[in-house]
Design a binder for this molecule. Structure first.
Ligand SMILES: [Zn+2]
Length: 422
């Protein structure tokens, strides 16, 4: 008899294990979500690791070896790995509700900027906000996300554009890592826009020469991101920043081909970026380059929806060419004010023609790979972290079919029950 305290979820109608290679799942492999009917998962409440997974019949034999067992019967329910939101701008001050209202009246981005709106409105609000306020609001947001089954969140800075505020945003994420159960990844995105007082070339030089040494010292920053876009940062500047980021040991991500095709997708693939995100305007050439790379193409369908654009990223073409696709929210106050990954998943199904299985792979294994966590989370295999969601639905298809409220009934992170629906 083993003395470890364990949790045993059994008789799960639909268990999606996502078990498989830690490599990216291309073509048909992205449809393979490791389905088990009448499934069972057994995990340690102490180490937080999965001890056994399989059919209820198989796992029963192993569960009998433990005498301190919390047993949950999951007839009619579904279990998946915890969902991973691999692209958010979680930490920001203020909101832009007035700007949204103006947009509804037909105001252009230029008019919004002239009225004090746009990204600089959030920059000012974030500069003014105290660390305590930013922590409190981000915590609330993460609590909501947990209720949707989101157990890992990538958080970008980029609303400071000056060093103290960028560092403040990173400090907030560092503090949140200590205070919330959600797994958080921290991305420095000073290169989100050009500060008013400088040029893009000067600013990139400043980041490389003055900010990178500080980031290296902090030891709590995981990635560097850049907005590669016409009128913002050029491909040359993106390259420069990527090379320095890689030399300094950071993973690299790119906001690529969102509003115009600069070849950002291809560039991200060539630079070995962990992800190329948005890709609304990306070219067939970039699709091919991404397909041949290990750069994850992150689809953010909430953003063009929120901006009332007609374009969508070529998610189908990417998968058909062999690229690995993830889906995320792009949660931010300006262009996608939604914390809901399930909503983004619904849009990916409806507007991008991805299958429920491809989307589930996108918000678990592929998202995890893009964050360098593919050996820990994103699949429910023995030895992996017990980050999982018990859903009040009979099959995983309901994840993309159900809109507007959460069907998560219990959520665990590292074996700890962190959310229960009332
Ligand atoms: Zn973004």
């Amino acid at each position: 008899m083993q003395n470890v305290k364990v949790t045993w979820i059994r008789h799960i109608q639909t268990l999606c294990t996502l078990i498989g290679s830690t490599d990216l799942r291309r073509f048909e492999a992205s449809q393979n979500i490791g389905l088990i009917r009448d499934g069972s998962v057994l995990f340690s409440d102490e180490s937080g690791e999965i001890l056994a997974i399989g059919t209820t019949e198989e796992v029963t034999l192993i569960a009998q070896e433990y005498h301190r067992v919390t047993t949950i019967d999951a007839h009619g329910k579904t279990v998946t790995p915890g969902l991973i939101d691999c692209h958010t701008h979680l930490v920001f001050g203020g909101d832009r509700a007035n700007e949204f209202a103006m947009r509804l009246q037909g105001a252009t981005y230029g008019e919004l900027m002239a009225a004090g709106g746009g990204i600089y409105a959030t920059v000012n609000a974030t500069r003014e906000a105290s660390v305590e306020t930013l922590i409190a609001t981000a915590k609330k947001r993460l609590g909501k996300m947990l209720s949707y089954g989101v157990t890992t969140v990538e958080c970008k800075s980029g609303y400071g554009l000056d060093d103290p505020t960028e560092q403040k945003q990173l400090d907030v994420v560092a503090q949140l890592k200590k205070e919330v159960p959600t797994r958080l990844l921290s991305t420095y995105m000073g290169a989100h826009a050009i500060p008013k007082e400088t040029t893009s070339t000067e600013y990139i030089g400043h980041i490389i020469n003055n900010v990178f040494p500080v980031l290296k010292q902090r030891k709590d920053v995981d990635f560097i991101d850049i907005f590669c876009e016409k009128g913002v940062f050029s491909t040359q500047e993106t390259k420069q920043l990527a090379q320095k980021a890689t030399e300094s040991g950071f993973g690299f991500r790119v906001h690529a081909d969102e509003l115009s095709d600069l070849g950002g997708g291809k560039l991200a693939a060539e630079l070995g970026a962990k992800s190329a995100d948005h890709l609304l305007m990306t070219s067939p050439e970039s699709v091919d380059a991404l397909a041949k790379s290990n750069t994850v193409a992150v689809m953010l369908p909430g953003t063009p929806h929120f901006l009332n654009m007609t374009e969508r990223a070529p998610a189908r073409a990417l998968i058909d060419a062999g690229a690995a696709v993830a889906v995320a929210t792009d949660y931010n106050p300006g262009s996608c004010n939604s914390d809901s990954l399930p909503w983004a998943m619904h849009l990916a199904a409806l507007q991008m023609k991805l299958s429920p299985a491809e989307i589930l792979t996108g918000v678990t294994h592929h998202a995890s790979y893009s964050l360098g966590l593919e050996h820990q989370v994103g699949q429910l295999a023995v030895g992996y972290q017990a980050d999982l969601v018990l859903w009040d639905m009979p099959s995983y298809e309901h994840l993309t079919y159900h809109v507007g409220s959460s069907l998560a009934s219990s959520v665990w992170i590292a074996g700890e029950l962190v959310y229960e629906a009332v």
